[in-house]
Design a protein around this ligand. Structure first.
Ligand code: GDP
Ligand code: MG
Length: 252
């Protein structure tokens, strides 16, 4: 078991241009945090870079290697399981490797987690925003957020953000093996389950920047799968399949 209590899961697929800088910045934060990289056998050698960190910083950097590109959602789940059962983390964060999520927001997110069970690094609360993003991307994000607010009743302003913190008890309450989304729509499914279970959700404003290096992995296929996920969850909501619990108090 570890003395570091916050671990950040970073899924990677071809992020060799970003990974070393990102881990350097994360480990340089004033907070003691660790990193769990989940690499899907990136052809550009990201997995080898991650391995080198585990030699230099064995307590703070861990790597999960998967044999091929299996999607963002399943990468998060693999990371959650390691954080919960092998590393003993009590705050588990997720972020992208491409600097869209600036590590400098991590301390504020950890600070809010003493009052909230789930903390979102949010573009859509006062003080948040998007920088250098193509209008198509901004539109996609806005529309997806509007749809999930309406159909799923999600209350968070930024329900599709991948920059998040979950307290341990939140992840323990969710049947991770029953999550059906394997890709990006995992984020919506996960938030839906958190909200339905009564966990309190807070948001910290962030400026989301378009990726610095490399290319996006989001495909048209992911967008279609995302729409199906929302419909599936909507049906579950209508049928009352997802238990709805009263707000839970936050305990230290
Ligand atoms: N392990 C793993 N990581 C992935 C996969 N797809 C995307 N990622 C990573 O997830 C993060 C978000 O992907 P990105 O391409 O930045 O998505 P976008 O910001 O929505 O365009 C990045 O760190 C990617 O490297 C995948 O299938 N497996
Ligand atoms: Mg990105």
């Amino acid at each position: 078991m570890n003395t570091i209590k916050t671990f950040i899961i970073v899924p990677t697929y071809n992020e060799a241009d970003n990974l070393d800088d990102l881990i350097t910045q994360i480990l340089g934060l004033p907070e003691p945090v660790g990193v769990i990289v989940v690499d899907d056998n990136s052809p550009d050698g990201t997995g080898d870079l991650a391995d080198a960190w585990t030699v230099k910083q064995p307590d703070r950097v861990h790597v999960i290697h998967r044999p091929g590109k299996m999607g963002l959602g399943t990468a998060y789940i693999a990371g959650f399981k390691k954080a919960l059962h092998e590393v003993g983390a009590d705050r588990i964060m997720t972020m992208d490797a491409d600097f869209s999520h600036n590590p400098s927001y991590i301390p504020a997110m950890i600070a809010l987690s003493s009052q909230k069970h789930v903390v979102i690094g949010s573009r859509y609360v006062p003080g948040g925003g998007s920088l250098h993003c193509a209008w198509k991307r901004v539109m996609l994000s806005r529309i997806s957020n509007g749809v999930v607010h309406f159909l799923l009743g999600l209350k968070a302003k930024d329900a599709t953000a991948g920059f998040r913190l979950y307290r341990r008890e939140v992840l323990e309450s969710i049947p991770l093996d029953e999550i059906f989304s394997s890709g990006y729509s995992f984020l919506v499914e996960m938030l839906f389950m958190c909200q339905r279970r009564g966990w309190q959700i807070g948001e910290v404003p962030i400026i989301f920047e378009d990726r610095r290096k490399g290319t996006t992995k989001i495909s048209r296929n992911e967008v279609i799968k995302g729409q199906l996920t929302v419909l599936r969850l909507f049906v579950r909501r209508l049928r009352g399949r997802e238990p709805r619990q009263a707000a839970m108090p936050v305990t230290e």
